[in-house]
Design a protein around this ligand. Structure first.
Ligand code: FAD
Length: 549
């Protein structure tokens, strides 16, 4: 059976089909929420079209901390139902795509025995809610364990640690895997297809109008049900239906910064306390470690690339410098950064970090179904909930929810990512670290990538020529930024290689997609400007002192 594909080489045919077919359901937004809804609806027999204004996952779903987690801290806020649901989802996502939910030990250091005991009690409840297997239950580290296993944690601050299981993902690839699975079940998914209007018949939504961002072609889509899954853009899309609708969302910005792993050589995923009694993650990924995140109200309006301020960066560096025995990290050492907006449901008088991460579904006056809030981890229950409401409000007919869990593309292997990586290495002759990177991005589809070509795109680089073909033919990439930021993820995890790839890669993509020289140059400039924008905080005067413990 051929793997489901979203081919950029067949965009015109997709646009034709969009206008020709009549759909049961059109989903607005190609982040994790929309992708999950499209997959669930298509697998339950609905004819689905999903339209994404930019690239798939170009909104919040490429800017997360990349954890599949229940959110231990939400237990303290009393959100037991949310934590139960997301904690249980960790196992399900692991079963669907072990490469996109890799079990890792997460270390929470504690200063004193009493705080360790409090932590243990919380983690024990969390594990009960998530039905955690015996082998994955938490354990505690003494001072000598810390010396041996995570010597970077400052001993004068921490004498103990509680170590428990969480799961590391790649948010974009989780979105793509869900979208491609939806396509495999008959859905049509198109990026660079902004919805600009809702069409109505007899006072009810009957479809949408939109425009292709690459060709400028306008289109109209007929559908019995319209679902708004536009994340931080949910309010503007609600306004397309009802210009008088009052905003429901509160946007909270979260940033992450990337540093070379040799400057911050942690062995595990860590939680580090901040001065304002929050905490941040330090997460090792290949040759880099990323730190995040912040949680601050964002009032500048919704945008794809929120600004990263020097204060955001200093906040994260101070937490690292305070808790880790390292030479103080400086803003100039940051090699990449990303910022995203959380689409939280506003709660009067509460700071963003106090607001529940629960999701809500609203039915508009013309029966457009809008869903917002939630987390990456909870995307499957969110999809089921949105579709149940859509069925009630619009009569959308769906088969019952499937009981069995089926794998996502690339997720059809039992067990460990390391075993898959070993297999990829022996089948392809790739060295271990390359095979591991390929396996963690593509799962069993690493073989299909390697079959296309195992030649690195730049000498000594990680990204293979086969990944470019896979991105265009299977993963729906249409721009240089799509490939560097969201398909291969080098802009985040190997920023130096990203910079070196811009020019050579642009020539190859131009050849495949028929770009003019002018278009090729514009694509290079866009990525270079984006990289400069990501690191613009470095231009501000940042002294070593500002980030010191
Ligand atoms: P988005 O991903 O933003 O998708 C909405 C899409 O709609 C966008 O791609 C946008 O382009 C599109 N769109 C907008 N307008 C239109 C239109 N008119 N026509 C067509 N398309 C349109 N969750 C976790 O579980 N684990 C984590 O570790 C985690 N970390 C996080 C860290 C940060 C800093 C942030 C900000 C969030 C984090 N989250 C995490 C939460 C999670 O990332 C979000 O809940 C989730 O990604 C939201 O997905 P979404 O699909 O609703 O929104």
């Amino acid at each position: 059976m051929t793997a489901p594909a979203i081919s950029t080489l067949e965009r015109d045919a997709s646009l034709d089909r969009l206008e020709r077919d009549c759909f049961d359901c059109v989903v607005i937004g190609g982040g994790i929420t929309g992708a999950g809804i499209a997959r669930e609806a298509a697998r339950r027999g609905a004819r689905v079209a999903l339209l994404e204004a930019g690239d798939f996952a170009s909104g919040t779903s490429s800017r997360s901390s990349k954890l599949i987690h229940g959110g231990l801290r939400y237990l303290a806020m009393g959100d037991v139902a949310l934590v139960r649901s997301t904690a249980l989802e960790r196992k399900v996502i692991h079963a669907m795509a072990p490469h996109l939910a890799e079990p890792r030990w997460l270390v929470i250091p504690a200063r004193a025995r009493a705080s360790l005991m409090t932590l243990r009690a919380a983690v024990t409840s969390y594990e009960k809610l998530g039905a955690v297997e015996r082998a994955d239950l938490h354990h505690n580290w003494s001072r000598s364990d810390l010396d041996e296993r995570e010597p970077l944690l400052r001993r004068e601050r921490f004498a103990h640690a509680c170590v428990y299981r969480e799961y590391l993902t790649d948010d974009v690839r989780l979105v793509l895997a869900n979208l491609r699975d939806a396509v495999g079940a008959g859905a049509l998914a198109l990026n660079y297809a902004r919805v600009t209007g809702i069409t109505t018949e007899g006072g009810r939504a009957s479809g949408v109008e939109g425009c292709c961002g690459l060709s400028g072609r306008h289109f109209r889509v007929r559908a019995g049900c319209v679902i708004n899954a536009a994340g931080p853009w949910v309010d503007p899309v609600r306004a397309l239906e009802d210009p008088s609708a009052s905003p429901r969302l509160l946007l909270s910005k979260g940033i992450h910064i990337v540093l070379p792993a040799e400057r911050i050589p942690v062995s595990h995923m860590l939680i580090l306390p901040t001065e304002d009694k929050r905490s941040i993650f330090a997460i090792r990924r290949g040759a880099v470690v990323y730190l995040g995140t912040t949680d601050t109200v964002y009032e500048r309006g919704v945008e794809t690339w929120p600004e990263i301020s020097p204060e955001d960066v200093t906040y994260l560096l101070r937490a690292a410098n305070r808790n880790l025995a390292i030479d103080p990290l400086l803003p100039a050492e940051v090699t990449a950064a990303w910022a995203g907006l959380r689409p939280l449901i506003g709660e009067a008088g509460k700071a963003p970090s106090e607001i529940s991460r629960k999701d809500e579904v609203w039915i508009g006056p013309e029966r457009v179904v809008s869903i917002a809030g939630g987390k990456l981890t909870g995307y499957r229950p969110m999809a089921q909930q949105a579709l149940a409401k859509a069925a009630q409000a619009t009569g959308l007919a769906l088969a019952p929810v499937a009981k069995e869990v089926s794998p996502l593309p690339g997720g059809d292997f039992p067990g460990e990512l390391q075993d898959l990586a070993a297999r990829v290495a022996s089948d392809t002759g790739l060295e271990r670290r390359r095979a591991l990177r390929l396996a963690s991005l593509y799962g069993t589809e690493a073989a299909a990538v390697a079959q296309r070509s195992t030649t690195p795109l730049v000498s000594g680089g990680l990204v293979l020529a086969g990944e470019l073909d896979f991105a265009l033919e299977v993963d729906g990439a249409a721009t240089l930024e799509d490939i560097l930021y969201r398909r291969t993820r080098v802009a985040l995890y190997a920023p130096e290689e990203c910079d070196a790839l811009v020019d050579p890669l642009s020539h190859k993509v131009a050849e495949r997609l028929g770009w003019s020289e002018e278009e090729r140059a514009a694509q290079c400039k866009a990525v270079q400007e984006q990289r400069a924008h990501d690191l613009a905080f470095q231009a501000a005067d940042q002294s070593a002192e500002g980030a010191s413990p």
